[in-house]
Design a protein around this ligand. Structure first.
Ligand code: ZN
Length: 493
C-alpha cells in the first residue's frame, strides 16, 4: 500500500516540477499560460470568421422552407415545402438539384438532398421525410356494437369481431379480448403502434327471433275454386332448439280477392318472427263473355261518346289509358263502373322500350295519374303493341320476355286480346266493317277480349253495333277486374 503511493507520487510530473517554485513564480507562470491561451482563441475565432466570410463569398447558399423533418401520412402525397438558393446575393434557386424520392406506400425515413454547384463550388442540404401511419386499426362486430348478447348457458366463441388496419390489413388474430365483470374489452395495435380499444357490455340473453323462410313464394296466385295448401318452411334459432310455428289467417278460394296467411315462429325466450304469405284468388276469364277494351285514350269527342253508348246499353268495359286527354273522362269512366287500366304515358315505342328502367318510368307516370284521378292504384296493364309485339326488339332485344315476368312479380296483371277490331289500322274501314271484324270472331267457347281504341271516331259508331249483336246472340259483357286472370299472347321478343 505504501509502495504504490510512492510510485504514484514519483510519476506525477506537475507535482515534481512545481515543488521547487515559490508562489510568485507560480503566479507569473499562470499569467503566461493564460496569455498564450487567449492568443490561441483569438486566432481560432479569426480563422472561423475568415472561413465564414470565405464561405459567404465563395460558396452558394441553400435555405430550406418549412421544417428539416417533415411527416407524411401513409399513402399520402408528399409535397416539397420548397427551398431558396443564392450566391453573393444573387438568386440561383433554379440551379438547385433535388435528389431522393418518397415512397408513401412504405413507412420509414426518406432523405431528400438539395444540391447546388456554382462557380465550381458545391453546397448540399438534407431534409428528412418521415412516412408515418397515424390511423388506428378498426374493430368491427358482426352484430350490434355496444352490447354483446350470448345465448344463456353457453360460452363466448370469440367469432363475432374483425380488426382491420389501413397499413397492416387484417389484424383479427392480433385482437386481445379480456372479460372484466360484465365488460368485454377488445384491444389491438398496428405495427406502427396505433392502438384501438373497444368495450362492450355482455348479456347472457337471447334477443334475436328465429329465422323463418317459406318454401313457397311469398305471393301465391290461385284460380277461384282451387285448393290452397300451406307452405312448408325452414325455421332456425340462434339459441333455442325448440321453436314453435303457428299459422293463421283465412284464405277462401271460393271468393276472388287477396288473402294473408301468417306464419309466426317463437323461440324459448319469447322472440318472434313473422312471415306473411299473400294469396291472390283469381277469376278465370270467362268463355262466352265479351270484354270490350279501349286503348290510347282518353280523348274529348270520342271517349265521352263511347261512355254515353256504354251507359245507354248498360255495358261495362275496360279503358287502358295514357297520359293524354282530360282527367275528367278517366274519372267519369271510373265512376260509371268501368275498369281503368294502364297503357303507357308516352306511347312512343322508342321511349317505352328503350330499357327496362325506361319502361317502368313511363308506366309510373300513367300509374300516378290514374291513382291521382281515381284515388285507386291500378294493377291492370296492356303493353303498347301487346306482349307479342316485335317493334320493341328494335330498341331492346329480349325486353318483352323480361317485362312479362317482371310486371307480374311486381303485382301487375297484363291483358292482350283475342279479337282485333282493326280500328287503329290505316285501312279507313267503316263502322260496319269494324263491327263485322269483331262480331265474326265472337265465340261462346272462347274468351272474347276485344281490342279497340277510344280515340277513333269510327269506333264511336261501331261500338253500338257490336254491343247490339252481342246481346242478340246471347253474349254478356264484363269489365276486367283486379282478379280477372290474365289473357296473354305469345312473346316474340
Ligand atoms: Zn296503344
Amino acid at each position: 500500500m505504501r509502495k504504490s503511493r510512492e510510485l504514484k507520487h514519483r510519476y506525477n510530473p506537475y507535482s515534481t516540477s512545481l515543488r521547487g517554485l515559490n508562489a510568485l513564480q507560480r503566479k507569473r507562470m499562470g499569467e503566461v499560460q493564460f496569455k498564450r491561451f487567449s492568443v490561441c482563441v483569438l486566432f481560432l475565432m479569426l480563422g472561423i470568421c475568415l472561413l465564414s466570410f470565405y464561405h459567404m463569398l465563395f460558396f452558394p447558399r441553400i435555405s430550406l422552407k418549412g421544417s428539416r423533418v417533415v411527416e407524411v401520412e401513409y399513402q399520402g402525397k408528399y409535397q416539397d415545402p420548397g427551398f431558396l438558393s443564392s450566391y453573393q446575393g444573387k438568386d440561383i434557386t433554379s440551379h438547385v438539384q433535388v435528389f431522393g424520392e418518397v415512397d408513401s406506400s412504405k413507412l420509414g425515413d426518406y432523405p431528400i438532398t438539395y444540391q447546388v454547384t456554382y462557380h465550381g463550388v458545391t453546397t448540399t442540404k438534407t431534409r428528412v421525410v418521415k412516412v408515418v401511419d397515424s390511423v388506428k386499426p378498426k374493430i368491427e362486430f358482426v352484430s350490434e356494437h355496444k352490447n354483446l348478447y350470448i345465448c344463456p348457458n353457453t360460452k363466448y366463441l370469440f367469432d363475432d369481431y374483425k380488426a382491420t388496419d389501413n397499413y397492416d390489413g387484417d389484424l383479427t388474430k392480433e385482437v386481445e379480448v379480456q372479460q372484466r365483470g360484465s365488460i368485454m374489452r377488445y384491444q389491438v395495435e398496428d405495427s406502427y403502434g396505433n392502438q384501438t380499444v373497444v368495450e362492450r357490455k355482455v348479456f347472457y340473453k337471447d334477443i334475436d327471433g328465429p329465422t323463418l323462410t317459406l318454401d313457397s313464394p311469398t305471393t301465391v296466385v290461385l284460380q277461384k275454386g282451387e285448393e290452397f295448401i300451406d307452405s312448408t318452411y325452414q325455421v332456425k334459432d340462434n339459441c333455442s332448439e325448440d321453436v314453435k310455428v303457428r299459422v293463421s289467417g283465412d284464405v277462401d278460394t271460393s271468393q276472388v280477392g287477396e288473402y294473408e296467411r301468417i306464419y309466426k315462429a317463437k323461440d324459448e325466450s319469447g322472440n318472434t318472427t313473422k312471415v306473411v304469405q299473400k294469396v291472390v284468388v283469381m277469376e278465370p276469364v270467362k268463355k262466352g263473355v265479351i270484354y270490350l277494351t279501349f286503348d290510347d285514350g282518353p280523348r274529348s269527342g270520342t271517349t265521352d261518346i263511347i261512355l254515353n253508348v256504354l251507359k245507354e246499353k248498360g255495358v261495362k268495359a275496360t279503358f287502358f289509358v295514357t297520359s293524354g286527354g282530360p282527367d275528367d273522362l278517366i274519372k267519369r269512366a271510373y265512376d260509371e263502373g268501368h275498369s281503368i287500366g294502364l297503357h303507357t304515358a308516352s306511347h312512343d315505342y322508342s321511349v317505352v322500350y328503350a330499357s327496362i328502367d325506361s319502361y317502368f318510368e313511363d308506366l309510373k307516370i300513367v300509374s300516378d295519374r290514374v291513382e291521382r284521378v281515381t284515388g285507386e292504384k291500378s294493377f291492370l296493364l296492356r303493353f303498347p303493341g301487346g306482349s307479342s309485339n316485335t317493334i320493341s326488339k328494335k330498341y331492346t332485344p329480349g325486353i318483352m320476355s323480361y317485362l312479362t315476368k317482371e310486371v307480374v312479380s311486381r303485382g301487375y296483371r297484363y291483358y292482350d286480346w283475342t279479337i282485333d277490331s282493326r280500328d287503329a289500322e290505316g285501312g279507313g274501314y267503316s263502322a260496319d266493317e269494324i263491327a263485322k271484324f269483331v262480331t265474326s270472331k265472337l265465340s261462346h267457347d272462347k274468351v272474347n277480349m276485344v281490342l279497340m281504341h277510344d280515340i277513333k271516331v269510327v269506333t264511336t259508331e261501331a261500338i253500338g253495333k257490336i254491343i247490339d249483336y252481342g246481346k242478340e246472340n246471347g253474349y254478356t259483357f264484363e269489365a276486367i277486374t283486379p282478379y280477372t286472370d290474365m289473357v296473354t299472347q305469345r312473346v316474340n321478343n
